[in-house]
Design a protein around this ligand. Structure first.
Ligand code: GLA
Length: 407
């Protein structure tokens, strides 16, 4: 094994203030309350794709309860693309034969103490060609309300082609109007959802087009995708996660950056890579939407998804998203300030070999002695004047909780 010795010097301290005025005007205390911390749950897409069935969704709900995930905070059961059928004579959307009765599914999920999420598009079709909501926004929102839906992911899909989001494709619609049209489409559904009597978490999925973090919250979003799709692959996952630096000022209670759903347990990454994935998403205050088959998950997967301290970092009440505090070569250090004054610190090693990482806590904004805990191994490592050194596995992470020692 090759060991690389690194001496780290940090570029700047941990203080990240949320810029005043970024809290969206469209948010009311009730829309903030439904996503006061990043939403947690499960989504059908990453494992089941568009062939998902109601039976798969019910089984996921059962597994959320039996595994203890529900009690750890994973409460949304999100049906992604693939549930839709056609519209009836009145234009009302019908589920397809794999789903049958959405109200019955919703009742089942609610009976388990869980919440139901659904998926649609502002376009005429979704990304895999199912019926979208274009021209039926109000009707669909009301139907979701009647079914008992608690969460809507609204995915740009075919509307992107019409308004030219993927480039100035449409001659009829000049490219400069694209952003306004995209905002209009999302706002339309926001107004439709606001007319429904139950609170519905509103998730924008348009891959960060038009720098959505700048405007999505003011158009009603509780969360908005910031990137293209994740894959169950270390390089893609880590690139997406690390690309979030700089977006921290847009996140906070009620409105979150969404670097996409979790791939933990889907089989394409090593144990250390999944630890990096979960640690980075927790540091980023990202929505934690498991995307694996919960019926067959291994103990390792369960332990990653259900580590209480890692979930607490993600769900911290202050809602401060981590920033990159330092990077050199293949090593990155990310810091998330927590409500109790401590910080979560992630030491990430992207190299294909184990690395030794030396940290100077003074450079992270800790002027005196600190207590350090290794979150994954649950080891209290003791107090350090300021220097700290640890090995970080290939593609792995050491996730620390760091707090000032009292005098
Ligand atoms: C897009 C989204 C994915 C998923 C699929 C469904 O690719 O980004 O998360 O919802 O559509 O078709």
């Amino acid at each position: 094994m090759k060991i690389r010795k690194l001496n780290l010097a940090f570029a700047y301290g941990a203080g990240v203030a949320i810029a005043p005025g970024l809290i969206a005007h469209a948010q009311t205390s009730s829309t903030v309350a439904i996503a006061a911390t990043p939403p947690m749950g499960w989504s059908s897409w990453n494992h089941f794709g568009e062939k998902v069935t109601a039976a798969d969704v019910k089984a996921a709900a059962d597994a959320l309860v039996e595994s203890g995930m529900r009690d750890a905070g994973y409460i949304y059961v999100n049906v992604d693309d693939g549930w839709q059928g056609t519209r009836d004579a009145s234009g009302r959307i019908q589920p397809n034969s794999r789903f049958g009765d959405m109200k019955a599914l919703s009742d089942y999920i609610h009976s388990k103490g869980l919440k139901l999420g659904i998926y649609s598009s502002p376009g005429a079709q979704t990304c895999t060609g199912f019926e979208g909501s274009l021209g039926h926004e109000l009707q669909d929102a009301q139907t979701y309300g009647e079914w008992g839906v608690d969460y809507l992911k609204y995915d740009l899909c075919t509307l992107g082609g019409i308004i030219g989001t993927y480039g100035p494709k449409s001659k009829e619609i000049p490219y400069r109007d694209t952003l306004a049209q995209m905002q209009h489409a999302y706002e339309l559904m926001h107004r439709a959802l606001a007319s429904v009597s139950r609170p519905i978490v509103y998730s924008f999925c348009q891959y960060g087009f038009g720098n959505s973090w700048r405007w999505a919250a003011s158009d009603g979003a509780n969360l908005w995708r910031t990137t293209g799709d994740i894959r169950d692959n270390y390089q893609r996952m880590i690139n997406i996660g690390f690309s979030q630096n700089g977006l921290e000022k847009y996140a906070g209670p009620g409105h979150w950056n969404d670097p996409d759903m979790l791939e933990v347990g889907n089989g394409g990454m090593s144990h250390d890579e999944y630890l990096s994935h979960m640690s980075l998403w927790a540091l980023l205050a990202a929505p934690l939407l498991a995307g694996n088959d919960l019926r067959t998950m291994s103990d390792d997967t369960r332990k990653i998804l259900m580590n209480r301290e890692v979930i607490e970092i993600d769900q911290d009440a202050a809602g401060i998203q981590a920033h990159r505090a330092w990077s050199e070569g293949t090593t990155e250090i990310w810091v998330k300030q927590l409500a109790d004054g401590s910080s979560a610190v992630g030491l990430f090693n992207q190299a294909d070999w184990m690395a030794s990482v030396d940290v100077d806590f003074r450079r992270l904004g800790f002027p005196g002695k600190v207590y350090v805990r290794n979150v994954w191994t649950k080891d209290d490592l003791g107090s350090f004047a300021h220097e700290f050194s640890t090995l970080v596995p290939r593609h792995g992470v050491v996730l620390l909780e760091v707090r000032m020692a009292s005098k």
